[in-house]
Write a protein that binds this ligand. Structure first.
Ligand code: ADP
Ligand code: MG
Length: 288
C-alpha cells in the first residue's frame, strides 16, 4: 500500500534537509546563502521605510554608474508604485508579466526583464496584492531569493528597489540580499527611522539571512546651504561612524527632470554634479 501523500512529503523533506546538511558540512558552504552558484552576483537592497528619501533614484543611478564601469547590472523593482520601472520609460500597464507574477505564481523572472540603460525586472501596481496572494505560500519570505537562482550567471550585481514599508516585499528583498544601502534624507525625522530598519535587519539576520549587512548609509537630498543639513550629517556620523558613505547626494532639480525623460541622470546630464556624485558613490561601493 502507498504511504499517505503527507507522510511521503515529510519523508522527502527530511531526506532533502539531511542531504543538504551533509553537503553543507562537506563543502563548508552555508546552504542559506542568498544565491548559490559558482558565479554569485552581489545582491544589494536599497531600503528605508520612509518614502521620498531617494531609494529609487539611488537604485537606478548607482546601477547605471556600475554599468558604466562595465558591470552587468539588474535593477529589480519591488515597489508597487513601479517608479523604477517608469523611470526607465517603461509603462507598467503594458507588461505581460511583472514581479507580482514572479512572487505569487512562480513565473520566471526573465519574463519581467526589459533591457534599457540597465536591465530592469519590472513591477506594476498589482504588486500591492502580493502580500495577500502569498499568504498561504510556504517559504514566502524566500520567493525573491528563489527567483534569482535562474539568473545568477547573467549578472554581476542585482540591485533591489524596495517600497516604503517593512512588509513582506521588503523582507523578501532583505532575505535575498548580501548588503543593504540605506538612503537617508538629511533631516532629523528621517534619521529616527533608521533604528526601526535596524530592528528589522536584526530579525532578518536571526531568522532568514544571517549574513546580511549594511553596506552603507547614504546622505541624500543634501542642501549644503542649510545649517540643518550640516547638523543632520554630523548626527548621522556620530551615531553610525564609518557606515556613513563619504559620498553625498546634493539636492538638484535634475533628479526630478531625468525620470520624466525615462533616463538616469547619468544619461540626461552626463557631466552634471548629479551624475558625478553617483559615479563617485559607485567607486566608493566598489572599493569597500
Ligand atoms: N538629490 C536629489 N535632489 C533633488 N530631488 C531628488 C534627489 N533625489 C531624488 N529626488 C526626487 O525626490 C523624489 C523622491 O525620490 P525617490 O527616489 O522616488 O524616493 P523613494 O524611492 O525613497 O520614495 C523624486 O521626485 C526624485 O526625483
Ligand atoms: Mg521609490
Amino acid at each position: 500500500m502507498q504511504a499517505e501523500p503527507t507522510a511521503q512529503a515529510a519523508r522527502v523533506l527530511r531526506c532533502l534537509s539531511a542531504h543538504a546538511a551533509g553537503e553543507e558540512k562537506a563543502s563548508g558552504r552555508r546552504t542559506h546563502a542568498p544565491v548559490t552558484s559558482s558565479h554569485t552576483p552581489k545582491v544589494i537592497a536599497f531600503a528605508n521605510q520612509k518614502g521620498g528619501v531617494a531609494k529609487t533614484t539611488t537604485t537606478l543611478n548607482l546601477g547605471v554608474a556600475f554599468a558604466e564601469e562595465g558591470h552587468r547590472v539588474l535593477c529589480c523593482d519591488m515597489d508597487p508604485q513601479a517608479n523604477l520601472t517608469m523611470s526607465q520609460g517603461i509603462d507598467p500597464d503594458t507588461l505581460e508579466h511583472s514581479m507580482f507574477d514572479v512572487l505569487a505564481h512562480g513565473v520566471s523572472i526573465r519574463s519581467t526583464i526589459r533591457k534599457r540603460e540597465i536591465d530592469v525586472a519590472c513591477a506594476s501596481i498589482d504588486l500591492a496584492g502580493a502580500e495577500i496572494a502569498m499568504s498561504t505560500q510556504i517559504g514566502r519570505e524566500r520567493a525573491l531569493q528563489r527567483a534569482f537562482r535562474e539568473i545568477v550567471d547573467d549578472y554581476d550585481f542585482i540591485f533591489i528597489d524596495t517600497p516604503p514599508s517593512l512588509g513582506l516585499l521588503t523582507i523578501n528583498a532583505l532575505t535575498a540580499s548580501h548588503k543593504v544601502i540605506v538612503p537617508v534624507q538629511c533631516e532629523y525625522l528621517s534619521m529616527r527611522g533608521l533604528a526601526q530598519l535596524q530592528n528589522t535587519l536584526d530579525m532578518i539576520r536571526e531568522n532568514l539571512n544571517p549574513d546580511v549587512e549594511i553596506e552603507g548609509i547614504l546622505p541624500t537630498l543634501v542642501d549644503t546651504r542649510t545649517l540643518h543639513a550640516k547638523e543632520a550629517i554630523e548626527i548621522l556620523e556620530e551615531n553610525f561612524g564609518g557606515q556613513v558613505f563619504a559620498s553625498r547626494i546634493r539636492k538638484t532639480v535634475r533628479f526630478a527632470e531625468a525620470p520624466v525623460k525615462g533616463m538616469s541622470v547619468l544619461r540626461y546630464d552626463p557631466d552634471g554634479i548629479a551624475a558625478h556624485s553617483y559615479r563617485q558613490l559607485a567607486r566608493e561601493v566598489l572599493n569597500r
